[in-house]
Design a protein around this ligand. Structure first.
Ligand SMILES: NC(=O)c1ccc[n+]([C@@H]2O[C@H](COP(=O)([O-])OP(=O)(O)OC[C@H]3O[C@@H](n4cnc5c(N)ncnc54)[C@H](OP(=O)(O)O)[C@@H]3O)[C@@H](O)[C@H]2O)c1
Length: 271
């Protein structure tokens, strides 16, 4: 039996993870903005479900709730930073508040959860840090710029952090799903494109949720297997769309860099 700490467990991938883990006999510290969302699971699983209210943008709350979970449960093997949200629209059309809230929820909160979890994992002799990224942390679509800024930010932060904390026995897993059938796209704020952007690249709504390839249970299962494996991977690319789009984009990026090799080297010399 292992013990997990999960943010954003009210619905979607977070809730699916909680349900899978409890069904398999693991212990879960689930955090949600509204703990009543977990009443049914508390009734069914009793003490194996520890729950607490947490808005991940409340950094003091993150520190307090993580500390309490580790103290109450004695040990937490896997910390999953899952909470996230989307704001879609032409980059120019988003309000300052939408930009700041998106960065606060998806990037700053992920960084602060990790900064509070790492010392606790280190003190207990190791563990696994699972950070939800996205194929949107490796590729981009017009109309999603601020979401990409947060997920590419997550990728850079956690790749560097992974090397820092590996010597303490802490593994880091960046989860990069494709489009998964959750309420994410319905919950996302959509900013109508302004006149200059109408009919342009940013004016493309996401596909209907029913047509998205990713399943919640498939993603939850893959995260559990990876986190509990002997050698958790730094990047866990999931779903067929993510695999095709990311491998193609990375190949094209490499080819574009290589095509500019001479000019890259030439810039070493005084001009
Ligand atoms: N669905 C996809 O296609 C997809 C693909 C790649 C990556 N992801 C990533 O996977 C993660 C989960 O997404 P999902 O598809 O499961 O989305 P979802 O169904 O919309 O669930 C999002 C979860 O995050 C919580 N949350 C949002 N803001 C929060 C805050 N400030 N504090 C605490 N909790 C907060 C929500 O809680 P409330 O119920 O309180 O709002 C909810 O539990 C996200 O990081 C997302 O970026 C999703």
């Amino acid at each position: 039996m292992s013990t997990w700490f999960i943010t954003g467990a009210s619905r979607g991938i977070g809730r699916e993870l909680v349900e899978h883990l409890l069904r398999r006999g693991h212990r879960v510290a689930a955090t949600v903005r509204d703990p009543r969302r977990l009443d049914d699971l508390a009734e069914r699983y009793g003490e194996r479900l520890w729950r607490h209210a947490l808005d991940v943008t409340d950094t003091a709350g993150v520190e307090q709730v993580l500390g309490k979970a580790f103290a109450d449960l004695g040990r937490v093997d896997v910390v999953v930073s899952n909470a996230g949200s989307g704001v879609f629209g032409a980059a120019e059309d988003l309000s300052d508040q939408q930009v700041e809230e998106s960065i606060a929820t998806n990037l700053t909160a992920s960084i602060q959860v990790a900064r509070r979890a790492v010392p606790l994992l280190r003190e207990q002799g190791g563990g696994v840090l699972v950070q939800m990224s996205s194929m949107g942390g490796q590729i981009t679509f017009p109309g999603f710029a601020i979401y990409h800024a947060t997920k590419w930010g997550v990728e850079g932060y956690f790749e560097a952090l992974a090397a820092e904390i590996a010597p303490f026995g802490i593994s880091t897993v960046l989860v990069e799903p494709g489009m998964v059938r959750t309420g994410f796209f319905d919950a996302a704020q959509r900013v109508p494109v302004s006149e200059p952007y109408r009919g342009g690249p940013a004016d493309t709504p996401p596909p209907p949720v029913a047509s998205m390839p990713g399943s919640r249970s498939g993603v939850a299962n893959a995260i559990i297997e990876a986190a509990l494996s002997d050698a958790p991977p730094l990047r866990l690319l999931l779903n067929s769309d993510a695999y095709e789009l990311v491998t193609t984009a990375v190949r094209e990026r490499l080819a574009a860099f290589e095509a500019r090799k001479e000019s890259a080297h030439a810039a070493d010399h005084e001009a």
